[in-house]
Design a protein. Structure first.
Ligand code: NGO
Length: 555
């Protein structure tokens, strides 16, 4: 397994198509708009012409990210006015909360009052939970836009929330601004019916190498929600920092969390902080997947408690960026008291299904110890009611029933290692795909990218989007794929600006791989939809990487 990263440092990933693709404006405005309407008329968004300009007064229905499953344009647009009301089902607290969330997004830029009401009058923006629409599942929705009303229907609240994200993207980008804008607030007529391809659509933030405050995490959650990401994986412990308060082992956070890469102050989340993150994530329909990495990547814990070391001596805190040098002491009984306490407390705090136990780069643990450790630790996770997630090295041990393995290999990963993961997948282990040379958001875009690493090569926007999760890992059945996740490791990342520059615009592409049907997958069409996100990201204050592969609008 060491070989993965050592080998991969030498893998050169070609930088793809570096020329901006812009289509010259050779057709008159009216014809251009007609073309867009016709293009939007097909049932998927695959055929919108590349770089089509000028921007029409009404955005074509379906020009959003992730691409919806089905788009049927038609009829007159819906127009928001100063008298518009947001009408929610009277019996659903969650529908009302989502309505209020929508109103808070729309009020500053429109300047309209947009009261949220449960009156039964016709018209307005309607948020409906429909028990009959079971076909929409846990997260699907229907959006119907007509001259008289705009109706969002879902079977479950998460679907309504995703419908709101679609609605945001159908309105002009300036809707995201926090001051009043004088533009017509129109949504093209027609119907979108949309359900996700995968149930697991994640983003990971490494809060260990550099600590990020609750507000920084909340800001990232808000950005993830716009693209229908539904899992936030928090990498809460590593060699450089332990970031979550554990009452039964208090020094983990107070001492183990007291520094970070480069020697800064670090930090940790109190139980209250963590609950605030959980609450915010839940309000955005994201499930938090907490990770305690073990048995390697544990220097912060080993430094905090001498008894966790086989030698009985605590090492110093670590602020560098090496990996693979630390291990919990597998033969010692106290190791499992420790794991039990940590898992018990974390599982009790976390409402989600999953608990990630790391398991990567255990280069200081023998294979036999690694297997023995995982055999003892996975049942502890189950005992506290959670499903195990581990980095794909877990497949070298015996993954628990129902466990998910997170694959972070790359093209250069050995066939034997790929085969080991594929075999586990055939035997029932689910896969979360995070190929490092595709979706590691900490990889540099190109040699000039000021932040990030390059051990998996350079990852331009097209490369991160242009692959298929279902057929990615040879020998692994498509049905084993639970979804995709874009990790952001933070050796070089220490501010929200850094997060945003590395995540955007690659994150929306990963979100699309997770949400949209394979039939919509088409880089030429995607890059046009992504380009339309440029002004929106800018309005949200996201300083994204202006990839030359994407035909960003010039204004
Ligand atoms: C690897 C390693 C992490 C690094 C990351 C940097 C995994 C699963 N383990 O990914 O410790 O931070 O690369 O890209």
């Amino acid at each position: 397994m060491t070989a993965v990263r050592l080998l991969s440092t030498t893998v050169a990933t070609p930088v793809e198509g570096t020329q901006p693709v812009r289509q010259p404006r050779t057709f008159p405005r009216l014809f251009g708009s007609l073309l867009l309407v016709v293009a939007a008329g097909i049932s998927t968004v695959g055929a919108v012409p590349a770089g089509a300009e000028p921007a029409p007064a009404v955005r074509p229905l379906g020009r959003i990210v992730p691409a919806p499953a089905s788009v049927q344009p038609g009829g007159a647009p819906y127009t928001l006015t100063p008298w518009t009301r947001i009408r929610v089902d009277d019996h659903s607290r969650e529908a009302r909360q989502i309505g209020t969330y929508l109103a808070r997004i729309l009020r500053p830029s429109t300047g309209y009052a947009l009261p949220v009401t449960d009156d039964h009058l016709p018209g307005g923006i309607r948020l409906r939970l429909s028990p009959r629409d079971q076909g929409l599942g846990e997260e699907g929705y229907r959006l119907e836009s007509t001259r008289g009303s705009l109706t969002l229907t879902a079977h479950k609240p998460a679907g309504l929330f995703h419908a709101v994200q679609t609605l945001r993207q159908l309105l002009p980008a300036s809707v995201e601004k926090d001051s009043r804008q004088q533009v017509p607030w129109k949504v093209a007529g027609g119907t979108i019916t949309d359900t996700p391809r995968y149930a697991y659509r994640g983003a990971m933030l490494d809060v260990s190498r550099h600590f990020f405050t609750v507000d920084q995490v909340k800001r990232y959650i808000d950005q993830l929600a716009l693209y229908k990401i539904n899992k936030l994986h928090l990498h809460l412990s590593d060699d450089q920092g332990w970031r979550i308060a554990i009452d039964s082992w208090p020094r983990l956070a107070t001492y183990g969390g007291s520094t970070q890469v480069g020697g800064g102050r670090g930090g940790h989340y109190t139980r209250k902080d963590y609950q605030e993150i959980l609450g915010h994530a839940a309000s955005r329909y994201l499930e938090v997947v907490p990770e305690i990495d073990m048995p390697g990547h544990t220097n912060a814990a080993l430094a905090s408690y001498a008894e966790l070391n086989c030698s009985g001596i605590a090492p110093p805190l670590y602020t560098g960026t090496d990996v693979g040098f630390s291990s919990l002491c597998v033969p010692k009984p106290v190791t499992y008291d420790f794991v039990d306490d940590v898992v018990r407390e974390l599982a009790a705090l976390t409402p989600g299904r999953y608990l990630h136990i790391g398991g990567d780069e255990a280069h200081s643990t023998s294979h036999a110890d690694y297997v023995a450790f995982m055999d003892k630790v996975q049942p502890i996770v189950a005992k506290y009611g959670k499903t195990v997630v581990g980095w794909h090295q877990l497949t070298g041990a015996t993954p628990a029933k129902g466990a998910l393995a997170q694959y972070w290999g790359l093209d250069g990963t050995s066939d034997a290692e790929k085969a080991q993961v594929a075999r586990a997948a055939r035997n029932g282990t689910g896969l979360i795909l995070s190929p490092a040379d595709r979706v590691y958001l900490d990889m540099k875009y190109n040699k000039d990218t000021p932040l990030g690493l390059d051990w998996a090569g350079f990852v331009e926007v097209r490369r991160s989007y242009d692959w298929d999760p279902a057929t990615y890992l040879p020998g692994a059945p498509g049905s084993a794929v639970a979804g995709v996740e874009a990790p952001l490791w933070s050796e070089t990342i220490s501010t929200s600006d850094h997060i945003e520059f590395m995540a955007f615009p690659r994150l929306p592409g990963v979100a699309e791989l997770g949400w949209s049907p394979a039939s919509t997958h088409d880089w030429e069409a995607y890059k046009v939809r992504l380009a339309a996100q440029g002004p929106r990201m800018a309005a949200l204050g996201i300083d994204f990487y202006r990839s030359p592969q994407v035909p960003w609008p010039s204004a």
